[in-house]
Design a protein around this ligand. Structure first.
Ligand code: OGA
Ligand code: MN
Length: 207
């Protein structure tokens, strides 16, 4: 992608996020990168590197498959060329968000996620009661040929009472305001892979 078309893509995502609290774009990353990330996620899952995700933080943190059933692994810089390229892309998006919306986003944390058929994540907000740093959620999907009848949509509960479903199709990026947009992951009939992350503001306690 040329630099100009990447800036156009970022601007249109950010405009939608600002006006409606969420946005979604197909073909967010080059197809070759999306495929490499999918292969890496599948390999990590099949090598047993993904662990059951937990709910809550600190002393209240626990695995509760009745609330969320995905398995995850956090991305760290230097793990692979593809994951480093993804982190770089998201850092460029972080800077664009800051330049346009003055959000003061300081970093981006992100994990691979794999939902086996039947797994789900009940309606929630992406913000912990004791930690409000997560500001913008970003989910990048890795599943080729996803059809609506496979289920597995990300369902956003919009503030006008409507719902919006995002299909987890490879190459689609969904962005939404972490603390304001209730959402859930519906169960699917096939494996559902993604990279789920959060742009975070500086914490109030670390000045
Ligand atoms: C989450 C989440 C959405 C998705 O992990 O907090 O809401 O579509 N994921 O995977
Ligand atoms: Mn969430």
């Amino acid at each position: 992608m040329t630099e100009a078309s990447q800036q156009d893509l970022f601007s249109s995502l950010i405009d939608d996020l600002a006006s409606q609290g969420w946005s979604q774009r197909a073909l967010f990353a080059p197809q070759i990168l999306t495929r490499e990330l999918a292969a890496e996620c599948r390999k990590r899952a099949h090598d047993g590197e993904l662990n059951p995700a937990s709910v809550g933080r600190g002393s209240t943190q626990q695995v509760q498959e009745g609330i969320r059933g995905d398995r995850i692994q956090w991305l760290e810089p230097g793990q692979s060329e593809a994951s480093d390229r993804y982190l770089q892309l998201m850092d460029e998006l972080r800077q664009a968000l800051n330049q346009t919306l003055f959000l003061g986003l300081e970093d981006f944390e992100c994990h691979f996620a794999c939902y086996e058929p039947g797994a789900f994540y009940l309606r929630h907000l992406d913000r912990f009661r004791d930690d409000d740093r997560r500001t913008v959620s970003a989910v990048f999907y890795l599943n080729e040929d996803w059809q609506a009848e496979h289920g597995g949509a990300l369902r956003l509960y919009l503030n006008d009472g409507r719902e919006h479903d995002v299909l987890p199709q490879a190459g689609t990026l969904a962005l939404f305001l972490s603390g304001e947009m209730p959402h859930e992951v519906l169960p699917a009939t096939r494996e559902r892979l993604s990279l789920t992350g959060w742009f975070r503001r500086r914490g109030n306690d670390v000045l």
